[in-house]
Design a protein around this ligand. Structure first.
Ligand code: SF4
Ligand code: SF4
Length: 372
């Protein structure tokens, strides 16, 4: 059976501004059925790396906070620490980054609690017994929350094709150990013939795993954590992984983590995707290139698979924007994500999520009208 995905565009009128419209969207999508009185409710989002500006506007998040509070629940904003040592790799720097990006309590009206503690080690093992993992390691405060509202910025992603709700849950709620387990097969290699010795990769590798010798880059596999950042950074595509073997496993592992996050939370989760500032890469980078399509709208659903399938379809229906890094598949109906990352088949995450029983790829969109 098809799942319902509710949709609003970014149009606003004197009768209803966008913030009020977001309220109508989440009410219609059943917030009151998943968040109950006295629930401690995790609002799971990505605060954006310092220097990135594509993350969700904190003012929109405040509306979600207000509506959760109106149900008598107690919301907190949360994310788990990153694997690499950027501006969100431990709780103090993560909190400061969130505040610098505008998620101050005076703006969002809710406290931030980093879900996996000071150094990303506060975790709970969840038994799932699937193909890649028997147990997955989820940030403790995600597991401890009574209900979760996942708020994802939908964009392209270099290792999973796109990043939406499923990635916000599977990767975003994993503790450091959990993130390492998902990345363990990503082992980049330098194609020496293509390497021009510019040193960009070494400059950006958070683990100091890359050194330059005789104007060629070398990766110390003992130090490499498989974060994949260097692949995108290299201006000459000299850093590669075994795409056909690595990427399917990476995505399947991420979906098994998503399954772990959902365990025990059936009927206590709502998923929201913001399809605006659709950047070509993850919000984990300290920069973001121009959006590849126009700002489309906001989706909400209780089905995490349906909402991502609907989001990817909506982006691909669009005409690609000029003056961006999208140079192929510009026409409506062509695959924008495949144009950016031709060796990453984003279908894998959706197909495996469906196989795991996380949700269905079959959906119907209910568009909320503009009030005028
Ligand atoms: S960024 Fe690419 S070209 Fe530059 S040193 Fe590293 S591998 Fe070589
Ligand atoms: S994937 Fe690249 S950037 Fe990440 S740790 Fe390994 S060498 Fe460094």
């Amino acid at each position: 059976m098809a799942s319902t995905v509710y949709f609003i565009d970014f149009r606003a009128t004197p009768k209803e501004n966008l913030i009020a419209k977001i309220g109508r969207l989440i009410e219609k999508s059943g917030l009151k059925d998943v968040v109950h009185q006295r629930d401690i409710t995790a609002i799971k989002l990505h605060f954006g790396e310092l220097g990135n500006t594509a993350f969700i506007n904190p003012v929109f998040i405040r509306k979600i906070v207000t509506d959760v509070k109106s149900l008598g629940a107690i919301p907190f904003l949360t994310d788990a620490n990153t694997l690499y040592s950027g501006s969100r790799s431990d709780a103090p720097t993560h909190l400061l980054t969130a505040i610098h990006n505008g998620f101050d309590i005076s703006v969002v009206d809710a406290p931030i609690i980093i879900a996996d503690g000071l150094r990303g080690r506060t975790e709970k093992a969840i038994h799932i017994n699937k193909k890649h993992f028997n147990d997955v390691y989820i940030a403790s405060e995600i597991v401890n929350a009574d209900s979760i509202v996942s708020v994802a910025h939908f964009k392209s992603h270099e290792l999973s094709g796109f990043g939406g709700t499923l990635k916000n849950l599977g990767m975003g709620c994993a503790s450091r150990r959990g993130k390492l387990a998902q990345h363990s097969d990503v082992q980049p290699q330098i194609k020496l013939k293509k390497c021009i010795g510019c040193g960009e990769c070494a400059k950006h590798c958070s683990q100091q795993a890359i050194t330059l010798k005789d104007k060629k880059a070398y990766i110390d596999t003992k130090k490499c954590i498989g974060c994949g950042e260097c692949i995108l950074i290299c201006p000459n595509s000299a850093i590669q992984i075994s795409w056909s073997e690595t990427i399917p496993v990476f995505m399947e592992k991420m979906m098994e983590y998503t399954l772990g996050v959902l365990q025990g939370k059936k009927d206590h989760m709502l998923f929201i995707n913001f399809i605006n500032h659709v950047s070509p890469a993850c919000d984990c980078y300290p920069f973001n290139d121009s959006p590849i399509v126009r700002d489309i709208g906001i989706l909400a659903s209780t089905d995490p698979v349906a909402i991502d399938q609907a989001s990817v379809d909506l982006v691909n229906k669009e005409h690609g924007l000029p003056h961006t890094c999208l140079t192929k598949n510009i026409e409506p109906g062509t695959d924008k994500f495949n144009a950016l990352y031709p060796r990453v088949d984003w279908n894998i995450q959706l197909a495996y999520a469906e196989e795991l029983g996380i949700g269905t790829r079959s959906y119907e969109i209910e568009t909320l009208p503009v009030l005028s």
